[in-house]
Design a protein around this ligand. Structure first.
Ligand code: S3P
Length: 449
């Protein structure tokens, strides 16, 4: 297994592009597959997770060409999917498995979804229960409703469902099932989660409705084939944004990144911690806002991350925990129990690795208490097979005395295949194009409570 070795980094001054948003890429492929003709998707995330979704849709009879790693031509077949010849392997991707389960529940054929060791331990009860309420015949083969999932296609009917956990994957599974259900399917969320599925359905001219009761879809709509351009992934940019934020005078500019406000909770946190953050939305033509983010670093101060903010930065909590360790004071992360059922138990993994680097951390059932500004020292760390843990601690290594080794980093390709290249350009900036260009930005994000 590969490892990454990192030494303390010089001051960061860089302009960075990140590859396409992973969440949006999954949805774009799935919805384009249902459309009434070919759709060209640009800026696709060539991550292992999203490649799993391509393989899955091909197994369901959809022709998908990939003339370049980030360009797909998806030949939508008017909602006509074919029975897969064998089980569909979703790899490490919870999004692939949960969204597909929704899509497959109402098909006139049976299917089986399997995953790798990590995915096979993740909870599927949260989708099984409401899908059954819609009429689905779906069973989990593992203990405590874990994969594999066996789905016997069945006629579905719309329901109104309030989600017990804040999960965009759960919401999206139900909306996809709703496209093949009789009547109207409404999902109400006590705490809002990323809204890419709703936006993408709208973009592909599928009727949706949103009000105080939730978001609804109606069965029998065929998405209209259209081309779509996917913005850069703010969750990948997050690693460099935090790296710059934690260096007084550090500076990073990320172009063409997704700025959907259901995903940008990180920026508000970095403002509270004392960094200068500027974002400029340059384009909303294709429903997903995209633009520039620029960060100038400072001596960070501790903050509290909790409540409704959590789903808006759920995937950024590993790197924000690292920011907490580099900040003055005690950073609290609460209401983040979902981290325990991600690719690994991220609360335990973060606590373990931060302690190995010399930080004082208290593990809470739903988060972490991080006592900041202990000097970090290099250590041999595990990724726990989790891409975001690997990348967050590679960034921590940029601030540590001595060498940090992250073991088992193949998992980085799950979401961000270009990560190591950018890391080495930042750590060894010789020959790297540092930007001195002055750009105009339309607004500064106000400090949030
Ligand atoms: C995702 C939703 C989130 C997030 C995951 C991607 C999505 O998961 O953590 O990385 O694309 O819908 P949950 O829905 O489980 O919160």
């Amino acid at each position: 297994m590969d490892e990454i070795r990192i030494k303390r980094a010089p001051r960061i001054e860089a302009e960075i592009n990140v590859s396409g948003d992973k969440s949006i890429s999954h949805r774009a492929v799935m919805i384009a597959s249902l459309a009434n003709g070919p759709c060209v998707l640009r800026g696709f995330s060539a991550s292992a997770d999203c490649l799993n979704t391509i393989v899955a849709m091909r197994a369901l009879g959809i022709k998908i060409e990939q003339p370049e790693p980030e360009v797909l031509i998806v030949h939508g077949k008017r909602r006509k999917l074919s029975a897969p010849k064998e089980e569909i392997n979703c790899g490490n991707s919870g999004t692939t498995m949960r969204l597909l389960a929704g899509l497959l529940a109402g098909q006139p054929f049976s299917s089986q979804l399997v995953g790798d060791g990590s995915l096979s331990a993740r909870p599927m009860g949260r989708i099984i229960e409401p899908l059954r309420l819609m009429g689905a015949k779906i069973e989990a083969g593992g203990k405590n409703e874990t994969p594999p999932l066996r789905i016997e296609g069945a006629p579905l009917h719309g329901i109104k469902y309030t989600t017990p956990v804040a999960s965009a994957q759960l919401k999206s599974a139900l909306l996809f099932a709703g496209l093949f259900a009789k009547g109207k399917t409404t999902v109400q969320e006590p705490v809002g989660t990323r809204n890419h599925t709703e936006l993408m359905l709208k973009y592909f001219l599928v009727r949706t409705h949103k009000d105080e009761h939730g978001v609804s879809v109606f069965g029998d709509h065929v998405p209209e084939s259209r081309d779509f351009s996917i913005p850069g992934d703010i969750s990948s940019a997050a690693f460099w944004l935090v790296a710059a934020a934690a260096q007084p005078g550090g500076h990073v500019l990320v172009r063409d990144v997704g700025l959907n406000e259901t995903r940008t909770g990180l920026l508000g946190v970095l403002v509270r911690m004392g960094a200068q953050v500027r974002e400029a939305i340059e384009d909303v033509d294709q429903v997903e806002p995209r633009g520039i983010v620029e960060i100038t670093g400072a001596h960070l101060k501790a903050t509290v991350i909790q409540g409704k903010e959590v789903p808006r930065l759920i995937d950024e909590l590993p790197i924000l925990a690292v920011a907490g360790a580099l900040a003055h004071g005690t950073t609290m992360i609460r209401h983040a129990q979902e981290l325990r059922v991600k690719e690994t138990d991220r609360i335990a993994a973060i606590a373990h690795n931060l302690r190995s680097m010399g930080a004082q951390v208290v593990e809470l059932s739903d988060g972490l208490e991080i006592h900041g500004r202990a000097p970090l020292h290099g250590a041999r760390l595990s990724s726990f097979g989790d891409h975001r843990i690997a990348m967050a601690f590679a960034v921590a290594g940029m601030f540590a005395e001595g060498e940090t080794v992250i073991q088992d980093v193949d998992c980085v390709a799950t979401s961000y295949p270009g990560f190591e290249k950018t890391l080495s350009e930042l750590v060894n900036p010789k020959g790297f194009r540092a930007t001195t260009r002055v750009i105009s930005l339309s607004h500064t994000r106000p400090e949030e409570d």
